[in-house]
Unconditional design. Structure first.
Lengths: 297, 255
């Protein structure tokens, strides 16, 4: 894809956000009260003003770093534990018998329902919140790792065994790299669930943190403040899941991405030009695929 | 070529493999029964038989991936204990690790043997050049053709300088032209390595072209082992000895 069409895609994305904000501003400033009541809603300008005020203060940044520390600690712990447990359960019958049932019984319990457990277990609120965040992300990572490891092509392992590779070599050279695409599927889901749980846990039991602040603002009827919190959560969530996504793409570059639907089709203007100048279909596809591939990696 | 003399000086003698009254398959449902076979060091023995006759099972047993139900598998007079680096296995299916470049794939057995990085890189590149893949060394497997992937597998198997190479219909999925090229390449690359080769195929002509001897499998047994006349010549279809042998082989396989 050429630079112009990349620009036009970004332009589209920005336009869609602008349109959403425009609609919001329109509905609230006109005090539309049909069945949905927008008259009580803060306008975009109210929220922006409140946001600017918060950004100038110290509390906002403390909230931000607190929430980020909690989610990153919880999520990284979950990633390590989830991958390790997933591999163990998928590769060892003994581990499956020992852990499988327990994990399956604990899995359906929503992490946020573990608040009482966290309060009983941990001496400190902070650790409780990290515990809840970690549990939330742990299960998606565990389940996708387990599936990915079980779905590995058997000849890969046989090949390494006939090269004289042992258990650890197979783990490092076949199991982990081969399961990586699946593991990243779990990490992507995990980071999303982590945000839900860290915010909920902060609302219930936090001191500082974006969730705590949002709830505080609600109790003192500071609606613009509530929206500042929501926007903050949205942006942070988007940034962290994008980071996970990018890391995943980078580490699984080897995956054959033959037809990336959005990229391979030339934009309208070019399609006309392509039709006029005959280009062999094969060479065209070969030229385009690696380029789009690079772009999305 | 200096590199080929390097190979000769570094090569070890081929492994002698033997099966003594070996029974293979699942308990209660043996695929092959009572197989006695001696494979001499450095020889190329081809194994032919209809699909499902236990060719692959036999090969995986020689590789040490499967244990026989009965009997003994022997390497150089000692019973086999699991897979080892001195017996390389080449698969029909694509067994290259897709996240490693061709070079990194060829380096893998060397890394397992503990060859230092720079040395194994050089060796891997040399082997890739030998199978005609020098310019594809940095490509991922999915970027090259099926024939090229099989050549890379061959390079990966031979780079570790195994004493025996076990090949499971390695060219079975390739078109006829590529297959003939691969057979020539195999003969050329094996020359001087001294490795013992067990080559499984369902293609009688391939078996007769490559093998010093041909082992025939069928009806759950090893039917016969035949010497193949030499020199190797793909075009010698009317050579009387070869015609007779081919006819005999086809007859005993019941085709």
């Amino acid at each position: 894809m050429n630079r112009r069409s990349v620009m036009s895609r970004y332009a589209l994305r920005v336009t869609s956000i602008a349109a959403a904000l425009g609609l919001w501003q329109l509905l609230t400033s006109a005090n539309v009260d049909l069945w949905l009541r927008f008259s009580q809603f803060p306008t975009v300008t109210d929220v922006a003003r409140a946001f600017a005020g918060r950004l100038a203060g110290d509390d906002y940044w403390t909230d931000l770093t607190d929430s980020l520390t909690r989610i990153l600690t919880g999520f990284l712990l979950a990633a390590v534990l989830g991958v390790a447990t997933g591999v163990l359960v998928a590769r060892s019958r003994l581990a499956e018998d020992l852990l499988g049932t327990v994990l399956e019984v604990v899995r359906p319990i929503p992490a946020i329902a573990l608040v009482p457990v966290a309060i009983l277990l941990f001496p400190d609120n902070e650790q409780g919140i990290v515990f809840i965040t970690c549990t939330a992300a742990f299960f998606p990572v565990l389940v996708s790792t387990r599936h990915a490891v079980r779905a590995l092509t058997p000849v890969w392992e046989e090949a390494v065994r006939t090269m004289g590779g042992g258990r650890w070599r197979i783990l490092g050279s076949v199991v982990l790299p081969g399961a990586l695409p699946g593991i990243f599927g779990g990490l992507s889901v995990g980071i999303g669930v982590s945000w839900i749980c860290v915010i909920s846990a902060e609302m219930i039991s936090g001191q500082y943190g974006v969730g705590y602040r949002t709830w505080q603002d609600y109790t003192v009827v500071d609606y613009p403040g509530v929206f500042v919190g929501m926007v903050t959560i949205g942006v942070l969530g988007w940034l962290t899941s994008t980071a996970v996504e990018l890391a995943g793409r980078r580490l699984t570059r080897w995956l054959p991405r033959t037809s990336y639907v959005a990229g391979v089709r030339p934009p309208r203007g070019e399609r006309g030009a392509a039709a006029r100048t005959p280009v062999p279909a094969g060479s065209r596809a070969e030229e385009e695929v690696p380029k789009t591939h690079d772009q999305f990696v | 070529m200096t590199s080929s003399s390097d190979v000769r000086s570094l090569s070890r003698s081929g492994a002698g493999l033997a099966l003594r009254g070996v029974t293979l398959g699942r308990p209660g449902a043996p695929v092959l029964d009572g197989v006695d076979l001696d494979v001499a060091p450095g020889e190329i023995i081809t194994v032919v038989g209809p699909s499902g006759c236990g060719k692959s099972t036999l090969l995986r047993t020689l590789a040490g991936l499967l244990t026989p139900l009965g009997g003994e598998v022997i390497e150089d007079g000692r019973p086999l204990a699991g897979p080892a680096a001195d017996r390389a296995l080449i698969f029909q299916e694509d067994a290259l690790l897709p996240w490693r470049t061709l070079r990194a794939n060829v380096e893998l057995p060397l890394a397992i043997r503990g060859v230092p990085r720079s040395e194994r890189r050089a060796q891997a590149e040399e082997w890739l050049a030998r199978v005609g893949l020098a310019e594809h060394a940095r490509h991922l497997p999915h970027r090259v053709s099926g024939g090229q992937r099989q050549r890379a597998q061959l390079a990966r198997a031979l780079a570790a300088r195994p004493r025996a190479v076990l090949m499971d219909e390695p060219f079975g999925a390739l078109d006829a032209q590529t297959r003939a090229g691969m057979q020539d390449l195999l003969v050329q690359v094996l020359r001087g390595t001294g490795a013992t080769v067990v080559f499984v195929t369902h293609d009688v002509d391939e078996a007769l072209f490559l093998g010093d001897r041909v082992a025939l499998l069928g009806d759950g047994h090893l039917l016969a082992v035949r010497d193949v006349p030499r020199p190797r010549d793909r075009t010698a279809h009317d050579d009387p000895a070869r015609v007779t042998l081919r006819r005999a082989v086809l007859a005993s396989l019941g085709t």
